[in-house]
Design a protein around this ligand. Sequence first.
Ligand SMILES: [Zn+2]
Length: 112
Amino acid sequence: MPDTIDFAEARRTLETEAANLRASLGVPIEGPGQMTYGSQAAAATHVFEQQRDLALRDHERAQLALVEDALAQIEAGTYGTCSTCGRAIASERLLAIPWAATCIECARNPTR
Ligand SMILES: [Zn+2]
């Protein structure tokens, strides 16, 4: 079975994802300053939400880096090649995760 990757389609998906992530990261997180909590519980909830937002933002930054790497690989013509073992990444995997940098084997068995 030929393992063909639709570069144009992958690029569209990746560019849309990158735009969404940049838009999301461009929205400032509500910082400390407005101390209008009625109770410690409310304050704790607020801190929890901030931490969660920051964790989410870390995830989005990492995700954006992966998406940008994938776009650069499309430009370089190396898209779809596992960054760890150098073998082709299965097209089904790239369809499911267009920013996948490694093949399924390397994703399952990280060697370092
Ligand atoms: Zn691999």
